[in-house]
Each structure stands twice: as C-alpha cells, then as structure tokens.
Design a protein around this ligand. Structure first.
Ligand code: 5GP
Length: 272
C-alpha cells in the first residue's frame, strides 16, 4: 500500500502532498496547544468541526473576492488546498481588547477598541512568535511593500465580512489570526489567504451572554471546549458530530459518504 508523503506537521494540522502538482491535503487534528505549545491537550472532534467551519468561511470569502488556498473539502478531516509559500507573518486583527493586547497594554478585556487594529507577529515557534512592526517585515524581506498593502487591505476585508457573518448568529468577533502565502507563476508571485479560520484562530463571544466559544476555553481551563466549537458550527449551519474520527475508521466509500451526510445541515443562516 502506498503511503502519501507528509510535507509538514503543525500543532493542529498536517499537510500531505496533494493529488496534483501545486496542491496539498490539509488534515485537521484534534490536538490543541496553547502558550507556544507549553500546554497540550485534545479537543475531541475539533478537527472535524474546524474542517467544516474553515471550508464554510473560505468558500464565502472566495465569493466576496478574497482569493484563498481552499479548493474543496475531501472528507471529515481533510481539505484540498493550493500549495503556497507561507509568508512568515501572523496577521492578527482586533476589534475588542482581549488576550495578549490586554496583558501587554493593560487594557481591560472586553473593551471595544477605538478602531480595528492590525498587528503582525513573526512566525517562529522557537522565538515564541514575537510581535513585529511593518519596518521589521520590510527590513528582513519577509514581504515586500506591495504584498503588505495587499495583506492589510485583505485583513480588513476579511474582518468586515466575518464581523457581519458572526453578528448574524449573535457572535461577537473579538479578534482573529490570518496567514497568507505566495503562489508562483514563473517569476511572478501573488499572495492569497491560507491556513484556516476557525474557533482555534478566532476569539468568538456570544453577544448576549459573553460566553467564550473559542480556544480560550482550552487556554483558560474553562471546560466545554467541544460544546463551544459545536455551537459555532451549529449556528453557522454546519452541525458536526463531535468526537467523530471518521477518517481514521476504515469504511467503504459509500458508507463514508452516508456517514458524512447528516453531519452538515443548513442552519439558521440558510447558507446551506
Ligand atoms: P493573542 O495575541 O491575543 O494571543 O491572539 C489574538 C488572536 O489571534 C486570537 O484570536 C488567537 O486565537 C489568534 N492567534 C494568535 N496566535 C495564534 C496561533 O499561533 N495559532 C492560532 N490558531 N491562533 C492564534
């Protein structure tokens, strides 16, 4: 039996060689890490839910003109994506003070920011992803000026879209992290959105109760991670059965499709 080639294993995902050149298979794990992987655990069924949510969000972003790496979902835990050369920058967009900005600047968590903030962090686990200025990005050639203009304008566009999308299901988008990558055509490259958008990479608070529906439940030992992720999927109309390890079970393709079907239903947004 031939084994597919693993390209990269991250904290929450594995990338495998795709079926055609220029494609990859992105596999979503249940593994959860926090504080630069000092805290490790598992959120049962997280990979299945994040695969669904990310598919949903990236598909919609594509429709509003935010080019991204998503091609199609393959199964419960995997999606086919375009292979990109990752720009080594994490782009964090903030609408409300929380997490590291509250800690760093003493701004009370939950305080709305006077305007949307974009921050950049250098993607380097060994250094703990330090915060950087645009000057560092230019100085060290991590991205050029045109790329940064594109990245910042796309980040704002994604934020506008996501704020509206989540507000429609009574969720406040507090902040989130994006990653971008280059695709090459001969000597020319262009930047597209990559990675994932899910409760792993966003802070999502219920607008009425303030309840956290994201990875902070894991980071802060609040419990109920699985239910929170499922609640986001449910409100988006992507209800997923938690704890499903469908990809790892051996099923005939027909059984796999049948098992796949009830997990995703059109929901309150009617975006089925
Ligand atoms: P903070 O800087 O407050 O820790 O994080 C800001 C936002 O970016 C949060 O929504 C957080 O989930 C996301 N974020 C920051 N770094 C990472 C990361 O390395 N991985 C993921 N999945 N999300 C991150």
């Amino acid at each position: 039996m031939s084994r597919r080639r693993q390209i990269y294993e991250g904290k929450a995902k594995i990338l495998y060689e795709g079926p055609e050149p220029g494609t990859l298979i992105q596999y979503f794990k249940d593994d959860a890490t926090a504080f630069n992987a000092q805290k490790k655990g598992t959120i049962q069924g997280k990979g299945v839910i994040n695969n669904r949510i990310s598919e949903f969000v990236f598909t919609r972003l594509n429709h509003i003109g935010v080019p991204n790496h998503f091609i199609r979902r393959l199964n419960m835990r995997e999606q086919l994506v375009r292979q990109v050369e990752i720009v080594p920058i994490e782009v964090v967009v903030r609408n409300v003070a929380a997490g590291s900005i509250s800690k760093r600047l003493g701004i009370p968590e939950g305080e709305p920011l006077p305007h949307t903030l974009i921050e950049y962090y250098y993607k380097d686990d060994a250094l703990g992803d330090p915060m950087i200025a645009e000057e560092h990005i230019a100085c060290f050639g991590w991205a050029n000026n045109d790329e940064m203009q594109y990245i910042s304008s796309m980040a704002i566009r994604v934020n506008d879209f996501l704020c509206g999308m989540f507000a429609a299901i009574n969720i406040r988008l507090v902040d989130f992290k994006l990653e971008f990558g280059r695709i090459w055509d001969g000597d020319y490259s262009r930047v597209i959105l990559a990675d994932e958008i899910s409760p792993d990479s966003c802070r999502l608070w219920d607008m009425t109760t303030g309840e956290k529906l994201d990875k902070d439940r894991f980071r802060r030992d609040l419990g109920g991670e699985e239910e929170a992720y499922q609640e986001v999927a449910r409100r988006l109309g992507r209800r997923c059965r938690g704890g499903d390890n469908a990809v790892n079970r051996s099923r005939k393709p027909s059984e796999k499709r049948a098992a796949d079907r009830p997990d995703c239903r059109a929901g309150p947004l009617g975006w089925g």
